[in-house]
Design a protein around this ligand. Structure first.
Ligand SMILES: Cc1cc2nc3c(=O)[nH]c(=O)nc-3n(C[C@H](O)[C@H](O)[C@H](O)COP(=O)(O)OP(=O)(O)OC[C@H]3O[C@@H](n4cnc5c(N)ncnc54)[C@H](O)[C@@H]3O)c2cc1C
Length: 261
């Protein structure tokens, strides 16, 4: 079967070609999609490649940071946001980070082998908003709403306010082949609100509201966090091990935030 390959040269053209997304496979950096095609697990008839769509920019206006969907993960390391830099640095290796995009990380699904989508947790903690297009046109919404309903959307960019402080802690071990088993991100806003989120739990990245409510007591917050998410087994770790470890990571993140006060 022939494949229709679309290479838009502007954001507007990408939006037009994507339309309502029906039957279209988006390729950001392709670090997930291209191997799927190569191994025959994905057989698209129409692909939209974002590499030249002008969606790779990163800009700051006042305290607001906006990152284009096609920005590489490597480019997030030096934006001066501690949790984002630490989280991005923990994704794969430098070759993958240079190719992989922010938009791909927000839209990628998990697999039975390893968690994917590490940036979701960090950006949830940062209170990010996602601008996307699809059947109902363009919309901008909090990342948690986007993650709950991301089918048929083309991510255009992500924006957030620079936090007063941010922190990141992850569980990893040598045989995970560059994947992050479980991670917690935290941010304190300029108004003093603490936000926490986890990845490596079942489903996409998730806020930890019960832990946030006890943020002034890291021990209690760690215990509360396990009721905010569910856990799954994969090739890297069991659900049981993740449940034991989440409180530790929450405590570490909150302690780091307290120390940066
Ligand atoms: C060795 C190795 C190690 C890895 N380690 C990690 C890790 O530690 N953490 C981690 O999170 N991931 C990891 N990954 C997975 C992957 O590299 C990342 O998740 C990466 O961010 C995916 O981005 P991409 O641009 O390459 O996505 P792509 O492969 O281009 O796309 C992924 C999905 O997102 C969709 N998509 C892409 N861009 C958009 C957009 N703008 N709008 C709508 N949909 C879009 C695609 O259609 C597809 O469904 C690893 C991969 C490898 C091979």
């Amino acid at each position: 079967m022939t494949v229709e390959v679309l290479i838009p040269s502007s954001p507007a053209e990408a939006v037009e070609l994507f339309g309502d997304g029906a039957g279209t496979t988006v390729i950001g950096g392709g670090t997930v999609v291209v191997p799927e095609i190569t191994h025959g697990r994905l057989d698209p008839s129409r692909v939209l490649m974002l590499a030249r769509a002008g969606l790779g920019g990163v800009s700051s206006e006042g305290e607001t940071v906006t990152i284009g969907a096609a920005a590489s993960i490597e480019s997030l390391l030096d934006l001066g946001v501690d949790a984002l830099a630490a989280c991005a640095r923990n994704v794969a290796d430098i070759e993958i980070r240079g190719q992989a995009t922010l938009g791909g990380n927000l839209c990628v699904g998990g697999s039975s082998e390893a968690p994917r989508g590490d940036l979701q947790g960090c950006l949830l903690a940062l209170g990010a908003r996602v601008r996307s297009s699809g059947a109902d046109g363009e919309r901008s919404e909090p990342l948690e709403d986007f993650l709950a309903n991301r089918g048929g959307r083309l991510v255009l960019d992500v924006s957030f306010e620079r936090p007063a402080a941010s922190a990141y802690a992850a569980l990893e071990y040598p045989h995970t082949h560059e994947y992050t088993v479980l991670a917690v991100s935290g941010a304190r806003t300029a108004s003093g609100e603490t936000r926490l989120a986890a990845t490596g739990v079942a489903g996409p990245g998730s806020r930890l509201p019960s832990a946030e409510a006890k943020a002034s007591d890291p021990e209690a917050a760690g215990g509360a966090a396990v009721s905010d998410v569910s856990f799954a087994d994969d090739a890297l770790a069991s659900a049981w091990y993740r449940e034991q470890t989440l409180p530790v990571l929450v405590r570490r993140v909150l302690t780091q935030l307290q120390e940066s006060a």
